[in-house]
Design a protein around this ligand. Structure first.
Ligand code: KIV
Ligand code: NA
Length: 264
């Protein structure tokens, strides 16, 4: 795999080439994912749930994400490594600059933060200070207690329009990428077509430029609740490597997600 950069993904978008992404938290899995052709690895604050057993992502700290980012970036030196900015680590632009510095020094090439208009100055400030930013709209899990649960967002014309408008403003502010989580398929299509930056979906239908899954969902390692957008690739293959390869294949050929993984 050549070194993956934002230019690589921008080119994929222009060429209409779909790409896979996975969360990763350690060097061994990161290396295996990169070896199977996954160009983008996210150290998600989902680690609070899948590694630590919490019910939400709110207890995760910048140091937690930095620890796992160091491991992932060593395991997959050619992947584009994105680190999540945890809950309340970017409440002000100054705080965001400090948190981003820690994560970039840990080996991230981009940071991801959740939210819309309230983040425009922060996104602009980070970008001006040489930190590439991935925005995250739709079901933003750090807001789970505001939403009253992990619920699909952007349903209805007004809610959909609000997400589209925020996506455009985040792009104008300098965001280099966007994650859309748990929104109706048609909204994700509209946003993906309206933006020039790559859009990565999870529970957002087949029309986004990239698809991301939490790695545990790909392997069917779940404690109880299985999200609608998840697919267990290990069930149809006989090794972790083959499961990852099948995911990459299905994403690149537009076969994942299927209608059963989508919201309307
Ligand atoms: O924390 C995470 O794993 C994420 C992805 C699900 C996009 O933010
Ligand atoms: Na996250």
């Amino acid at each position: 795999m050549d070194r993956i950069t934002t230019s690589t993904l921008n080119r994929y978008k222009r060429e209409g080439r779909k790409f896979a992404a996975l969360t990763a938290y350690d060097a061994s899995f990161a290396a295996a994912f990169a070896e199977q052709g996954v160009p983008v690895l996210l150290i998600g604050d989902s680690l609070g749930m899948v590694l630590n057993g919490d019910e939400d992502t709110l207890k995760v700290t910048v140091e937690d994400v930095a620890y796992h980012t160091r491991a992932v970036s060593k395991g997959a030196p050619k992947a584009l490594v994105i680190a999540d900015m945890p809950f309340m680590s970017y409440a002000t632009p100054e705080q965001a600059f400090d948190s981003a510095a820690t994560l970039m020094r840990a080996g991230a090439q981009m940071v991801k933060l959740e939210g819309g208009d309230w983040l425009l100055d922060t996104v602009r400030g980070l970008t001006q200070r040489s930190v590439p930013v991935c925005a995250h709209l739709g079901l933003t899990p750090q807001s789970v207690h505001v939403f009253g649960g992990f619920k699909v967002q952007g349903r209805g014309d007004d809610a959909g329009k609000a997400i589209l408008d925020q996506a455009l403003r985040l792009q104008d502010a300098g965001a280099a990428m966007l994650v859309l989580e748990c929104v109706p398929t048609e909204l994700a299509r509209t946003v993906t077509e309206a933006l020039s930056i790559p859009v990565i979906g999870i529970g957002a239908g087949p029309h986004t430029d990239g698809q991301i899954l939490v790695m545990h969902d790909l392997f069917g390692i779940t404690s109880g609740y299985i999200p609608k957008f998840a697919k267990n690739y290990l069930a149809q293959t006989n090794s972790l490597q083959a499961a990852v390869a099948a995911f990459v294949e299905e994403v690149e050929h537009g076969r994942f997600p299927g209608p059963e993984h989508c919201f309307n």
